[in-house]
Design a protein around this ligand. Structure first.
Ligand code: AP5
Length: 254
């Protein structure tokens, strides 16, 4: 596993920049991206491809919540403890706690290699807090990529998903199978099925996306940051479309 891959899930999950070893010490420019889209559309998969091409770190709040819940690979920072208490009571974690969890990891947002935010922001208040932080820190977003796909295709993707419990790499039983069944190609870790990938949880997550997250599309469009990508097709095709949309944007931004 490369140093960059190790970095992405240590500093971010542990709540500080311990273990952070960016390879690109003297970078003049870097990518700061937010990935938007419904559960299962392929944000995590594209993040894996984008971080390899762009040299950025993949910061997933979903990974943070799963690490907090299982208490594997994450330090119990104050905001993390607060989030765990909400989750234990079966309550939604409020925006203020989510923002505190991200703020505890502010060094990851300031990192010179940039970032790929996946699963955050998820509500308008979260987006506004992030925007204020980035403006104050003079760290402008490069773009917000919105992935779109019909619901029936998304459900097929979610029901076949398998995730590495060690490095979080994402696979699919038919469209992106591991070389050895149940074993991660990247690190040899064990693959598992996420408990929220059952039909009952999928419909709750889709509704939460429609209600709370889809308004972010208009928010980022108004800021001139939105790029919409058709997420149908193979992961490589979607990746090529994403790069095709991002590269001219980088030239425009300078
Ligand atoms: P999170 O982990 O962020 O889940 P999500 O947003 O529901 O997104 P997913 O990870 O399910 O899907 P994805 O788009 O990354 O798809 P993937 O690439 O894996 O969050 C989990 C939970 O944590 C949330 O429900 C919420 O409760 C909580 N949470 C997180 N952040 C929060 C926040 N900020 N505030 C409050 N709560 C928060 O792909 C899916 C499958 O499809 C895979 O098997 C993959 O191999 C396959 N696939 C991908 N692309 C293709 C392709 N092109 N062709 C064929 N198959 C493909």
């Amino acid at each position: 596993m490369s140093a960059l891959k190790r970095f992405e899930s240590t500093g971010w999950l542990r709540g500080n920049s311990a273990g952070c070893r960016p390879r690109f010490r003297e970078r003049r420019s870097c990518w700061r991206l937010v990935l938007l889209g419904p559960p299962g559309v392929g944000k995590g998969t594209q993040s894996q491809l984008l971080k390899q091409r762009l040299g950025t770190c993949h910061l997933s709040t979903g990974d943070l919540f799963r690490a907090a819940y299982s208490r594997v690979g994450c330090d119990p920072t104050p905001a993390m403890k607060e989030a765990i208490n909400y989750m234990r009571r079966g309550q939604l974690v409020p925006d203020s706690t989510v923002w505190n969890m991200v703020k505890e990891r502010a060094e990851c947002l300031r990192c010179r290699v940039g970032f790929l935010l996946d699963g955050f922001p998820r509500t308008l208040p979260q987006a506004e807090q992030l925007q204020t932080f980035l403006e104050d820190a003079m760290l402008p977003l490069s773009a917000v990529v919105e992935y779109k796909m019909p619901l029936d295709e998304i459900i097929k993707r979610l029901s076949g998903r398998r995730v590495c419990e060690t490095c979080k790499a994402v696979f699919h039983v038919t469209s992106r199978p591991p070389k050895v069944e149940g074993v991660c190609n990247e690190c040899g870790g064990r693959l598992y099925q996420r408990p929220d990938d059952c039909p009952a949880s999928i419909s709750v997550r889709m509704e939460a996306y429609r209600k709370s997250t889809s308004p972010l599309i208009a928010y980022y469009d108004d800021l001139g940051l939105l790029t919409s990508i058709d997420a149908d097709g193979t992961a490589d095709q979607v990746f090529a479309r994403t790069m095709g949309a991002l590269v001219p944007r980088a030239r425009r931004v300078g």
